[in-house]
Design a protein around this ligand. Structure first.
Ligand code: ZN
Length: 323
């Protein structure tokens, strides 16, 4: 049976029940007053929208999609769940063109849905990385093409260095081998930009593994963290005894590049951070960490609240109700 044949992908009511079980494991939560109770009223019948509830305490109405990325959408909830599953299970992402064809929605709607789902991929309360004293690998990469230069595919090739990198988009990624992956689109790769990111996200008790780039030395990481170990790629060193390497973040970059170039083709500067959220989410909850496609989708569905994204906020232009 295809994964998408399951009832919650085929039927809007089943989809709502599925989402309610994920969002409300201890009973429906009124988003207006916070009351949690199995005794909130279900407003059934033709006069009401499907899934409408009435709070037994504050008497206001709500449904499971209020204050979520699915709010006020005309797209059926089971189609939304399909889109979430497809984006969660496709290692290199899925383009809006592909979503449009698979889901049977317009291209514009598919594009908008994917961006809302990327908001759900953002962890609103990220904990500190390497808190258990384990290694956090840090590395940077470049995306796009240098002005006036031929397109570099970067498949597994060397990083662009020197002035060639100046017009490229710069990305730094932090990979906790036991946990999260987080990436940041930054203006330039230097100690001044990198240090606040590392300080905000990496626990003092973590070991930090990087290459031998000068900006990591200038940050004084050995004093800030339990350890700072490096591998010297320029002399062909890729791993040292004791598991000292940055191969996890390097292989993550391989996946990220294959997705950004192969699936998404043209990611504008304005949207890059959202695409990074998408790849970070899948890598944080990766198969190698014991998370399967269904569990990854459930995790995304647990993060849909408080993140409703409007068209205005996405592209900075006029607001439009497109779905
Ligand atoms: Zn209430």
């Amino acid at each position: 049976m295809s994964a998408l044949n399951q009832p919650h992908f085929q039927d809007a009511d089943k989809a709502r029940q599925y989402l309610e079980r994920i969002q409300w494991p201890n009973g429906p939560i009124c988003p207006h007053c916070g009351s949690v109770s199995e005794d909130h009223y279900r407003l059934a019948g033709k006069a009401h929208r499907a899934g409408l509830m009435k709070c037994k305490d504050c008497r206001q109405q709500f449904s499971v999609t209020v204050h979520t990325v699915f709010e006020r959408s005309k797209i059926k909830l089971n189609v939304w769940l399909q889109a979430v599953f497809l984006l969660c299970s496709s290692k290199k992402g899925m383009s809006a063109h592909q979503l449009h064809r698979v889901l049977g929605v317009t291209y514009k709607t598919a594009w908008f849905m994917a961006h809302r789902i990327r908001e759900a991929f953002r962890d609103a309360m990220p904990g500190v990385m390497g808190g258990g004293g384990g290694p956090v690998e840090v590395d940077e990469t470049y995306y796009g093409k240098a002005k006036g230069a031929r397109v570099r595919r970067f498949r597994y090739g060397p990083k662009v260095s020197g002035t060639g990198g100046m017009h490229l988009r710069k990305i730094v990624s932090l990979v906790d081998r036991q946990g999260a992956t987080r990436s940041f689109h930054i203006a330039s790769i230097d100690a001044k930009n990198l240090k606040p990111i590392l300080q905000a996200h990496i626990a003092k008790q973590a070991k930090v593994y990087t290459d031998t780039a000068g900006h990591y030395k200038r940050m004084g990481l050995a004093k800030e963290y339990a350890a700072h170990e490096t591998v010297n790629h320029s002399i062909g060193e890729y791993a040292r005894p004791g598991g000292i390497h940055s191969n996890t973040v390097e292989s993550y970059f391989g996946l990220l590049k294959r997705g950004l170039y192969g699936t998404y083709h043209h990611v504008s500067e304005a949207h890059l951070q959202r695409y990074l959220q998408e790849f970070d989410f899948r890598h944080t909850h990766r198969t190698a960490a014991g998370v399967n496609d269904t569990e990854r989708a459930i995790k995304a569905l647990s993060q849909i609240r408080g993140k409703r994204l409007t068209y205005r906020r996405i592209n900075g232009q006029q607001a439009a109700q497109i779905d």
